[in-house]
Write a protein of this length. Structure first.
Length: 127
């Protein structure tokens, strides 16, 4: 099955060995999205600010693949400080609704950033 890389024009073009997203069959696999600007520079802020920037970056990649957050079926969430989990769970509900995607959340795993997210989505119209 061919893999189609997705590289939205609005995303950072980092000299790192990965694609922002890959379409394989009817699934879209989105690489980790963090609080970075269009040049790939980390944009530090509060936990909420970094989460919202990460989610905005995620939406750009999903849209380039023809998807929305409603198409997400699996989430990998990375939260630096375990004390931010309650805030994360509250903010998460602003972006995802029932039925919620399957989710794995890891804490104490990031360096200079507070939050990162990767997802798997179904291509729109492939239910």
């Amino acid at each position: 099955m061919p893999k189609i890389p997705i590289v939205p024009a609005q995303t950072a073009h980092l000299p790192l060995p990965f694609s922002p997203a890959i379409i394989s069959g009817d699934l879209v696999f989105v690489s980790g999205q963090a609080s970075v600007d269009e040049r790939g520079a980390i944009v530090n802020g509060t936990f909420e600010e970094e989460l919202r920037r990460s989610m905005a970056n995620l939406v750009v990649v999903l849209e380039a693949a023809g998807c929305t957050l409603a198409d997400v079926v699996r989430v990998g969430a990375y939260v630096h400080d375990p004390e931010d989990l309650a805030e994360f769970n509250t903010l998460y509900r602003e972006y995802f609704s029932d039925p919620l995607p399957a989710r794995t959340t890891l804490t104490s795993c990031l360096g200079p950033i507070k939050f990162e997210i990767d997802v798997t989505a179904r291509l729109a119209g492939t239910d």
